[in-house]
Ligand binder design. Structure first.
Ligand SMILES: NC(=O)c1ccc[n+]([C@@H]2O[C@H](COP(=O)([O-])OP(=O)(O)OC[C@H]3O[C@@H](n4cnc5c(N)ncnc54)[C@H](O)[C@@H]3O)[C@@H](O)[C@H]2O)c1
Ligand SMILES: [Zn+2]
Ligand SMILES: [Zn+2]
Length: 350
C-alpha cells in the first residue's frame, strides 16, 4: 500500500513508499480506506522533527517510519471487535490530529480531552492518514456529515476545527473585530468562521495579495499586506483595535504585532507553532489588561459542530485535489507560502 512517511533524517520532506501495511486492529478499532488528505503546516513541523523525531515514537513492522497526515477523510472498511457500537461499514469518518485519549482523566471528563496527558496524535505519535488505509479508534473518529463535500471536509478536520475552537477561546462575539494573522490554510478558514458563524468583523494580515483577495471574498473587511504596509498602524487605524487576535502565521514577529493591534482587555490567541519565543510588549499587556491564550485543535464535539457549519454551506474551504506523487512539491509550496487554501492529496485515483 502507498504511504507517505517521515524521513529518517527529519529533513522536512517525506518518503513515498508502496510497501505499507497498517497494523492489525485492536479492540475498538476500525480500518479506514482513505479518500482524501489535506497537508497542514503541522505536517511540515512533524517532518522536520520540530516536536521531536516522530520515527522514534513507534515502530511498524520492525522499521522506524511514521505515516504523516491528520486532515484525512475516508470510509470504514473493516470493524475490529467492539467497534460496531460506534461505527458501521461504509461510514465516512475523519482522521484528525486528536486521535484518541484516555477518556477518564480530569481533562477528558471536563470537555478538555485534547489536553489529556495520554492523548495520541495522528501522523505524529500514531500513524496518520497519508496512506491508502489507516486505523482509527472507533469512539474517537468523528463522522463526516451527509451533504459535506469530502474534499472540503479534510480542511475542516484540522484547519477548520482549530480556528472554530480558537475563536471560541477568544470569546468572539457578534459585531466584534477579530484580526487573523496569516491567511493560509488555518487563516482562510478563520475568516469564514469569524464572519459567517460568529458574526464578527474581520481584519486579515498576510504577505500575499491573492490570499488577501480570497479573504475579502469571504467577508474580511480590512486587508493588510504585511510586506507593503505597517501592520500595527493600519489595523489600529481601520478597526480602532481588535477584540481578539488569532495568530496563525508561522513567524515569531506576527505574535508581537498581534498584541499591538488589540484594544484594552483584548485577547491574543496563539495558534501557530513557530519554534521561537513569543515577545510581547509588557507595558501594553499590563496597562491594557491583555490576555494571552493558547488554543489546540478541538474536541470531538468541536469537530462535529465545525463540520455541521460546513454541511450547512456557511463555511466552504478552498481546496484543490493533487496526486499522491506531488506531496513533497506541496510541502515546498507551503514553505514559500504560495498556496491559497489547501492542497489535498487524492487517494481515490491510486
Ligand atoms: N494550535 C493548533 O491546534 C494548530 C492546528 C493546526 C495548525 N497549527 C499551526 O498553525 C500554523 C499555520 O498552519 P497553516 O496550515 O495554516 O499554514 P499555512 O502555511 O497554510 O499558512 C501560514 C500563513 O502565514 C502567512 N505568514 C507568514 N508569516 C507571516 C506574518 N509575519 N504575518 C502574517 N502572515 C504571515 C503565510 O503567508 C501563510 O499564508 C502552523 O504553525 C501549524 O503547525 C496549529
Ligand atoms: Zn493540522
Ligand atoms: Zn485523559
Amino acid at each position: 500500500m502507498k504511504a507517505a512517511v517521515v524521513r529518517e533524517n527529519n529533513d522536512g520532506y517525506v518518503d513515498l513508499i508502496d510497501d505499507w501495511e497498517p497494523r492489525s486492529l485492536a479492540f475498538g478499532e476500525a480500518l479506514v480506506d482513505v479518500e482524501y488528505v489535506g497537508i497542514c503546516h503541522t505536517d511540515l513541523h512533524v517532518a522536520a522533527g520540530d516536536f521531536g523525531d516522530p520515527n522514534k515514537m513507534g515502530t511498524q513492522n520492525g522499521k522506524f517510519r511514521r505515516v504523516i497526515g491528520h486532515e484525512g477523510v475516508g470510509r470504514v472498511s473493516k470493524l475490529g471487535e467492539g467497534a460496531s457500537d460506534y461505527l458501521k461499514l461504509g461510514d465516512r469518518v475523519s482522521i484528525a490530529w486528536f486521535y484518541d485519549a484516555c477518556g477518564v482523566c480530569d481533562y477528558c471528563v471536563s470537555g478538555n480531552e485534547t489536553f489529556c496527558r495520554n492523548a495520541r496524535n495522528s501522523g505524529y505519535t500514531v500513524d496518520g492518514a497519508m496512506a491508502q488505509q489507516c486505523v482509527v479508534n472507533a469512539k474517537y473518529a468523528v463522522k463526516v456529515p451527509e451533504g459535506l463535500d469530502p474534499v472540503q471536509a479534510t480542511s475542516i478536520t484540522c484547519a477548520g476545527v482549530t480556528m472554530y475552537k480558537s475563536l471560541k477561546v477568544g470569546e468572539t462575539k457578534p459585531g466584534q473585530w477579530v484580526s487573523v494573522h496569516g491567511a493560509g490554510g488555518l487563516g482562510s478558514l478563520a475568516v469564514q468562521y469569524a464572519h459567517n458563524v460568529f458574526g464578527a468583523h474581520v481584519a486579515v494580515i498576510d504577505g500575499n495579495d491573492d490570499k488577501l483577495e480570497a479573504a475579502r471574498l469571504n467577508g474580511a473587511e480590512v486587508l493588510v499586506n504585511r510586506k507593503k504596509e505597517d501592520v500595527v498602524a493600519r489595523v489600529n487605524e481601520l478597526t480602532g483595535g481588535v477584540h481578539n487576535a488569532q495568530v496563525t502565521a508561522v513567524n515569531d514577529a506576527a505574535f508581537s504585532q498581534a498584541v499591538n493591534v488589540l484594544r484594552p482587555m483584548g485577547k491574543l490567541v496563539a495558534v501557530a507553532l513557530p519554534q521561537g519565543d513569543m515577545s510581547l510588549n509588557i507595558a501594553k499587556t499590563v496597562l491594557d489588561g491583555i490576555e494571552v491564550r493558547g488554543s489546540l485543535v478541538g474536541t470531538r464535539a468541536d469537530l462535529k459542530e465545525a463540520f455541521q457549519f460546513g454541511a450547512e454551506g456557511k463555511v466552504t474551504p478552498i481546496v484543490e485535489k493533487v496526486p499522491f506523487s506531488e506531496i513533497n512539491s506541496v510541502i515546498d509550496e507551503m514553505k514559500q507560502g504560495s498556496i491559497t487554501g489547501r492542497k489535498v492529496i487524492d487517494f481515490t485515483t491510486l
